[in-house]
Ligand binder design. Structure first.
Ligand code: PLP
Length: 226
């Protein structure tokens, strides 16, 4: 078995154990293999090991790699999106995970309509209120939710967050709780389900699962360092 296959098996095992611990069904969590900076040969190894869902943080990498890999793969854009790249990326990915402002949501909505698409998106929340980070603040998302729901091409499926990097998994837990709690509140305010919570990375995905993650974005623990 290749190293990547072995690590993927271990991650799947750990996801399943975390689900059991949290009293959740293992099928309620999906693994996004974060393949940024990794060449297609390496990604193909993960495909051979049964992984079909991949996350990239740059538009350019999706455009380069996707045509060289099997068409059955599903891609999520997990990094910030600039308005001048919306038209290129929308037809290529299953989900835009990091919609971080009303402006970019409007662009995705408008261009989605022009292309005849109904883009699936997640709203990125700046949980730690770091000025260096992208995303909606909690107050801002409450104020802008109605306008976001007015963008009728968008399927707003849930929320995502990236807590500060230098925390232990237990320190990250409060941010995962915060995202879940905010989701519950926004479902009430907006009257629409937000079933997807994208949270948890290589070092803290198990805690994220305990707190309700439905997508975990794991790179280093599968592919090694970048
Ligand atoms: C790189 C990246 C990840 C994966 O991080 P690892 O620590 O390598 O697992 C997850 N989410 C986002 C948004 C990323 O940019």
């Amino acid at each position: 078995m290749s190293d990547i296959a072995e690590r993927l098996n271990q991650i799947r095992e750990r996801i399943s154990t975390a689900c059991t611990r949290a009293g959740r069904d293992a099928s309620s969590v999906e693994l996004v293999a974060v393949s940024k900076t990794k060449p297609v040969e390496v990604i193909q190894e993960a495909v051979d090991a049964g992984q079909l869902l991949f996350g990239e943080n740059r538009v350019q990498e999706v455009l380069l790699k996707r045509p060289l890999l099997p068409s059955k793969l599903r891609w999520h854009l997990i990094g910030p999106l600039q308005s001048n790249k919306v038209r290129k990326i929308l037809p290529q990915v299953e989900m835009i995970e990091a919609v971080d402002s009303l402006d970019i949501a409007k662009d995705i909505n408008r261009i989605g309509a022009e292309l005849g698409l109904h883009p699936k998106v997640l709203l990125e929340i700046n949980v730690a209120v770091e000025s260096s980070k992208h995303g909606f603040g909690a107050t801002q998302i409450r104020e802008q939710l109605e306008e976001l729901y007015g963008l009728d091409r968008l399927y707003i499926q849930g929320l995502m967050c990236i807590p500060p990097f230098d925390l232990t998994p237990e320190q990250s837990r409060k941010y995962f709780v915060q995202l879940r709690t905010l989701r519950d509140e926004l479902e009430k305010i907006g009257g629409a389900p937000l079933p997807v919570l994208s949270m948890g990375m290589s070092h803290d995905f198990e805690v994220a699962i305990e707190e309700g993650a439905t997508l975990v974005r794991v790179g280093t623990a599968i592919f090694g360092g970048r």
